[in-house]
Design a protein around this ligand. Structure first.
Ligand code: IVH
Length: 677
């Protein structure tokens, strides 16, 4: 078995290298014939060793995308951030909240380790062999950085142990040692190049290099902090047991950790770490406290962007006194109104601080803050400025009470208050000027409809000329619309119109997210898309149905209903629904749909070449979603070959077998014509 693995891995790496040269660097050092021969050999090895279809490298849809110009890979489970606080008091509050909410009457056992200041990475192993490495990205998909990850000496490429799960997802942090960071900056200075601002930037910059030699020279390191198993009978009850398994399999784990039976143990660990922090040979910005029991973790669950069973207790910086000179209510993209306190400027750890966010009404009431108060300000986690407390003893008689607004100061719509959460928001959406610009930008952003080329500058100009007011207007733009706008030539106009056109095929979750409904983030959008399966079902929902969906409670349901109640919003959505091809994954949809009448259904497709509209992986996902089957090789059973730029041998093979060949444009035009939503 070991001999096979060595042979397999060597061959796979060789092919990956040629793929990398071809797809990333646009160069080839091997003939097509030799390349095909290598692929055949790999295929034979996979067959002889009975690889499952989906585990075969020669079958992966992302195989070529690994090295394409859009190398994005979806995470098996989202890569989340952490709930955090920067004082022991914050952590005690968190612990109390867990116990109260989940009826826990004893001390919770916590696993504590160090919060490494680096770059989160997910390493995917198939049958114990490193298959790919993906950055956190937007949390749902990230960049494929396998080629650079392979240069990191303490990341094992082959794991040898009898109980390795079929699919293993190891999560951890890539970082650089302090001494290597200093050395790199010295070398940069010698070469009169700009210095790196912090070790995390180096880690992230290195992984994005096209030449892996650069990453190798930067001596990156890896520490694993968690893992997930798929298709495995392994079922460990505690987080620490998982980590020890990882250690056994050859991963480095944090050497400084503690299994804390009580909150006092946690506090002791935190205090110990604050003392040794500067002596460590890598940067940390706090400790991470995780509920050790996996069963309890499951029960506690998640909030929108973070697990509720983990908490980052960050280091706090010293605080400085200053005066609050005014309050401004800033309106965000979703209408959320955030109070900002303006301060008499002060330096804290070398940075001039002029304002601090107060988050919500509740926070102001908790602080008992007035305009004119003297406050203590610190930088949480050494970064974000926060007000620690109001120095009531120093309060003068001239202070003024903070008046919370009743109406939006921009569009004059009545503000909605969520009293329990202390949140306030303007529900006018696209019709509030303060939100509109940001909402339109959000709509066209990568996580929304994705229209590269359309940035804030152009949106501002389009708004000013009245060409765009709401998102449906993007689809009404033509060459003439841009003629009115200064600084946009015909080339850019065509690029923008092209990208607007390409955005017409969109996943339902992205569409919902792009609408920018208050409290509806990526996770909620995904849950809504999975549940409803189509725009029509989503529009027909009601409060009771919404509340049945995972992660949706009173506030989110109310916000969605308010949004859908607006005639103006509905007009926009109906227009978009007509213009776009909005699709969704139906695996666990509440409303299953019959796809048998769609031309793609049960047809076999092969793709060849580079695609411009979206990555090959995404096209495959669309085909599979409509019941089509994607294959890697041409045979007489194939129905369609879709070709992009630089297509290969498959074109000739398909022609000789009289298989229908579709260009990228033809495929998408067909898809749009047969709009299934
Ligand atoms: S546990 C979120 N443990 O901190 C899921 N995270 O600020 C559980 N991080 O994205 C993460 N050191 O990349 C965990 N010992 C540690 C960590 C750690 C650093 C990172 C992680 C996360 C970020 C949140």
């Amino acid at each position: 078995m070991k001999l096979f693995l060595k042979k397999y891995l060597k061959l796979k790496l060789k092919i990956q290298y040629y793929d990398y040269l071809y797809y990333t660097l646009n160069s080839s050092i091997i003939s097509d014939y030799k390349y095909d021969q290598l692929c055949m050999m790999l295929k034979k090895l996979e067959k002889e060793n009975k690889f499952e279809e989906k585990l075969k490298y020669t079958n992966y849809n992302f195989k070529k995308n690994n090295f394409s110009y859009l190398p994005e890979i979806e995470h098996k489970t989202p890569m989340l951030s952490l709930l955090s606080g920067s004082s022991i008091k914050d952590f005690l509050k968190y612990d109390k909240m867990l116990k109260k909410r989940f009826f826990i009457f004893n001390d919770i056992e916590y696993f504590c380790d160090l919060k490494i200041d680096g770059l989160a990475i997910s390493l995917i192993y198939h049958n114990g062999i490193l298959s790919h490495a993906v950055t956190r990205g937007n949390g749902y998909s990230g960049e494929n950085v396998t080629i650079n990850i392979m240069t990191i000496s303490n990341i094992p490429i082959v794991l040898s142990s009898p109980e390795i799960p079929k699919i293993l997802d190891v999560r951890g942090e890539i970082y650089i040692k302090k001494k290597d960071f200093l050395l790199l900056n010295k070398i940069s200075s010698l070469h009169k190049k700009k210095n790196f601002s912090n070790p995390r930037n180096i880690a992230s910059g290195s992984l994005r290099q096209k030449d892996p030699e650069i990453a190798r020279k930067r001596k990156l390191q890896f520490i694993a902090y968690s893992c997930n198993f798929f298709n495995s009978s392994l079922n460990l009850e505690k987080h620490d047991k998982n980590l020890f398994l990882l250690k056994k399999w050859g991963f480095s784990i944090c050497k400084i950790f503690s299994i804390c039976k009580t909150i006092h143990d946690v506090i002791q660990f935190y205090q110990m770490v604050t003392k040794i922090r500067l002596d460590l040979n890598y940067e940390i910005d706090g400790i991470v406290i995780k509920v050790n029991s996996k069963i309890l973790q499951k029960k506690i669950g998640y909030v929108e962007k973070a697990p509720k069973w983990a908490y980052a207790l960050k280091f706090f910086s010293h605080s400085v006194e200053t005066k609050v000179i005014g309050i401004h209510f800033s309106i965000g993209r979703t209408g959320l109104i955030t109070p900002i306190a303006f301060l008499k400027p002060v330096f804290i750890s070398g940075v001039l601080i002029k304002k601090v966010t107060l988050y919500n009404k509740k926070k102001i009431l908790e602080l008992k803050l007035h305009i004119g108060d003297i406050v203590k300000v610190y930088r949480a986690g050494d970064v974000i400025p926060k007000i620690e407390k109001v120095l009531l003893k120093k309060r003068s008689i001239t202070v003024q009470k903070i008046i919370f607004p009743y109406y939006c100061n921009i569009c004059h719509t009545k503000i909605i208050y969520l009293e329990q959460e202390g949140l306030m928001y303007c529900p006018a959406g696209f019709f509030c000027q303060a939100q509109n610009e940001k909402r339109l930008l959000h709509f066209v952003s990568k996580n929304g409809l994705y229209m590269p080329g359309l940035g804030l500058k152009i949106i501002k100009k389009l708004l000013k000329k009245g060409c765009v007011k709401t998102p449906d207007d993007f689809y009404k733009l033509n060459i003439q619309s841009f003629e009115k706008i200064s600084g946009i030539g015909i080339i850019l106009t065509k690029k923008i119109l092209n990208s607007i056109n390409s955005s017409k095929i969109v996943m339902l979750n992205k569409f919902i997210y792009a609408l920018g409904i208050f409290l509806v983030g990526k996770v909620v959008s995904k849950n809504l898309a999975n549940f409803f399966g189509s725009v029509r079902n989503f529009l027909n929902s009601n409060y009771t149905i919404l509340c049945q969906i995972e992660g949706i409670g009173h506030n989110i349901a109310t916000s969605i209903i308010l949004f859908l109640k607006s005639k103006e919003n509905l007009k926009i959505i109906y227009f978009l629904k007509k213009k776009l091809c909005i699709s969704s994954f139906f695996s666990n949809s509440f409303y299953m749909k019959d796809f048998s009448k769609i031309w793609i259904y049960q047809k076999k497709f092969v793709l060849s070449g580079k695609f411009l509209t979206m990555s090959k992986e995404k096209i495959c996902t669309i085909i599979e979603k409509y019941g089509g089957i994607v294959k890697s090789y041409i045979s007489k059973n194939i129905n369609f070959l879709i070709i992009g730029l630089k297509y290969g041998q498959k074109f000739k093979q398909a022609k000789s077998l009289k298989i229908t060949i579709l260009s990228e444009k033809e495929f998408f035009n067909n898809l749009l014509k047969k709009n299934v939503i």
